[in-house]
Design a protein around this ligand. Structure first.
Ligand code: TXA
Ligand code: MG
Length: 321
């Protein structure tokens, strides 16, 4: 439905302005993908290096053929299986529809149809592709509520659409389809197994090493507090050691109960299951900073469940580096 608020936001995009909007993964900061000036503004507000490509969001799968060229069959198979949803497909960019500023000069573009009614209403009203990285300053934790966006970007963004807390809570899975075999550049809401089932062949993980997907740099996704990963059995001893060294310590642990919680250990609200863990992770990282923790001890969820476990483990490991 096109509300006056959506109309205003779509007009702002047409005028080259920035609009923050919810998706099912995290909040995005959007600009008209065909307008180089708008995209430059986007990079300036994010304080993001110009060579880091941005994902372009579209309302409908059919726009894949419009924004990309030489689209392989497996792109259609994946789009049919997972769009709208937390999956980004890297394909060859159509230079007439996606400016080089969006892709950091690359000939490829990441595309996705997000699964959120406000995002889809905005994209539909606007009509074209919307370039949108996560709506945080470069290198900081992605926002999963409109309040996070306002806290991070403040007056630098005129329109913030509030769609409540994000349902997935972790960024989309990115699959590169421009090579001879599909490669997963970032793990997220769609699992490696789900992707392999949809394309009927292996999809290798290429999430480490070179700058194939620069958003996967180690320094990303971290709170200011130092993050340490450990087994639940070791939390108490490590906490006591750090508290003894005058550190302010918190713990984020899933449903396992920690026995003998030391008095000065700050226990962050524990997630109830893997989905809840993914939804809560970035908000807990932000809470750790608001509580001015020096160290955040993290007990990981089981890696296997529904694929989301792997995405959580990926983000926490990056935060811990
Ligand atoms: O869930 C998401 O994907 C969120 C929401 C807002 O859609 N967006 C997001 O955007 O996480 P951002 O900019 O924070 O991360 C984009 C990632 C980066 O790692 C970037 O390197 C990668 O996508 N990427 C974008 N275009 C690419 C391309 N052409 N080739 C390789 N990697 C690309
Ligand atoms: Mg980001």
């Amino acid at each position: 439905m096109v509300t006056p608020e959506i109309e205003r936001a779509a007009d702002a995009l047409r005028a080259g302005e920035l609009v923050a909007f919810p998706t099912e993964t995290v909040y995005g900061l959007g600009a008209d993908a065909s307008n180089p000036h708008a995209v430059q503004k986007l990079f300036a507000v994010k304080r993001r290096p110009a060579d880091h490509p941005v994902i372009v969001h579209i309302a409908r799968t059919e726009q894949l053929e419009d924004l990309a060229i030489d689209v392989p069959d497996i792109a259609h198979a994946l789009a049919d299986a997972f769009w709208p949803g937390p999956l980004t497909l890297v394909v060859n960019r159509n230079p007439e529809r996606v400016s080089a500023e969006v892709t950091g000069g690359r000939e490829t573009v990441g595309l996705r149809v997000p699964d959120h009614p406000l995002a889809l209403a905005l994209l539909d009203a606007f009509g074209g592709g919307v370039a949108a990285p996560s709506a945080n300053r470069f290198g900081r934790v992605s926002p999963t509520t409109a309040a996070h966006v306002r806290h991070d970007l403040g007056a630098d963004v005129s329109v913030v659409l509030d769609g409540g807390p994000c349902r997935v809570g972790i960024e989309s899975t990115i699959v590169d389809l421009t090579g001879s075999e599909p490669a997963i550049l970032r793990v997220g809401g769609v699992s490696q197994t789900q992707i392999e089932e949809a394309v009927g062949r292996p999809a290798a993980l290429r999430t480490a090493g070179e700058i194939a997907a620069p958003g996967t740099l180690a320094s990303h996704y971290s709170p200011t507090a130092a993050v340490e990963i450990l087994d639940v059995a070791n939390v108490t001893a490590r906490a006591l050691e750090l508290i003894g060294a005058e550190q302010r310590v918190g713990v984020l642990a899933p449903w396992d109960t920690i026995s003998d919680i030391p008095d000065q250990l700050v226990v962050l609200d524990p997630p109830a299951n893997v989905g809840d863990y993914a939804r809560a992770l970035y908000a807990r990282f932000r809470a750790a900073d608001e509580l001015e923790l020096d160290v955040l001890l993290v007990v990981l969820p089981p890696e296997t469940t529904a694929g989301l476990g792997a995405a959580i483990v990926d983000r926490v490991r990056r935060a811990a580096r």
